[in-house]
Design a protein around this ligand. Structure first.
Ligand SMILES: CC(C)(COP(=O)(O)OP(=O)(O)OC[C@H]1O[C@@H](n2cnc3c(N)ncnc32)[C@H](O)[C@@H]1OP(=O)(O)O)[C@@H](O)C(=O)NCCC(=O)NCCS
Length: 244
């Protein structure tokens, strides 16, 4: 695992007794009322109250819904994953690595993840009525050792054409609500330092917590961790607002 440098002022939470613990802990309800992790998949769909529409920069109107991923979403998630990496990271991640990404391999991974890790990992997808699955995010327990932040957003990717319409915010909110519902306090997300998307996390209140260097395709790449100690505000953002 890469060595992490914590920025100064990052300390464990001051009131450990206020934290949940053990099997008796009751999951914290989502302030937004989102039940993406608790309802059966079929309960969240294109129902009139579960839609939100938003225009893109060309004025085209889109309707989108955020819901928990199903195993059958794996191929579409893999497609978004590979395509988003290939449009986001040229110049940051070596071309050889990007060209080596395979939808087939990624589909296998997501299928396994979605069928075996539902309790530990939450995967949420953004679906547009005409375009289908255009984005996704996954979250679970923090994998590094940043104090005071139990959850982590592992991935958050949208197709280029679906960016800038509020879907990233809604997916992040769904993951915050999911982590809260699992009883986890706080979350981090690691982002390549030179990825302009990190300003998205700044915009949504993420605090710079730490940095590390990772190795991708033989390149050493600096990453920054953003963190939210309290997820309530993020989770309160409307995940599936009513149709405008
Ligand atoms: C990062 C990403 C998930 C953000 O989702 P999005 O739907 O495009 O962002 P939203 O429309 O929800 O934006 C929410 C706010 O963040 C701001 N924002 C989003 N991306 C930004 C950027 N690159 N720079 C500055 N601000 C940004 C928006 O302007 C908006 O602010 P507002 O409330 O003032 O309007 C999406 O752009 C994406 O998938 N990028 C490519 C993949 C990637 O880098 N993923 C992150 C890997 S860690």
């Amino acid at each position: 695992m890469a060595e992490i440098t914590l920025y100064s002022g990052i300390t464990p939470p001051p009131t450990p007794e206020s934290r949940h613990s053990g099997a008796n802990a009751s999951p914290t309800p989502s302030p937004s009322g989102y039940k993406g992790t608790l309802q059966p998949d079929s309960a969240i769909g294109f129902a009139p109250t579960g839609r939100a529409s938003r225009s893109d920069k060309n004025g085209k109107h889109h309707m989108a819904v955020i819901r928990r991923a199903r195993v059958t979403d794996a191929p579409a998630i893999a497609k978004v994953y590979v395509e988003s990496w290939q449009t986001t990271y040229p110049g940051l991640v070596p071309d050889s690595y990007l060209l080596g990404l395979s939808e087939a391999v990624s589909t296998q991974r997501w299928q396994t993840q979605l069928s075996t890790q539902r309790e530990t990992c939450g995967v949420h997808v953004a679906l547009e009525r005409t375009l289908g699955l255009v984005g996704f995010g996954s979250c679970g327990h923090q994998r590094t050792a940043i104090p005071g932040h139990e959850g982590e957003v592992y991935t958050l990717y949208l197709l280029d054409s679906a960016q800038g319409r509020g879907l990233g915010r809604r997916l992040l909110s769904a993951m915050a609500a999911d982590l809260m519902a699992k009883g986890l306090e706080g979350m981090v997300v690691w982002v390549l330092r030179d990825n302009p998307s990190r300003w998205f996390y700044e915009r949504l209140g993420g605090q710079r917590l730490a940095e590390q260097t990772i190795c991708l395709g033989r390149a050493l790449l600096p990453e920054i961790a953003y963190g939210w100690r309290d997820l309530a505000e993020l989770a309160r953002l409307p995940i599936n607002p009513p149709l405008e």
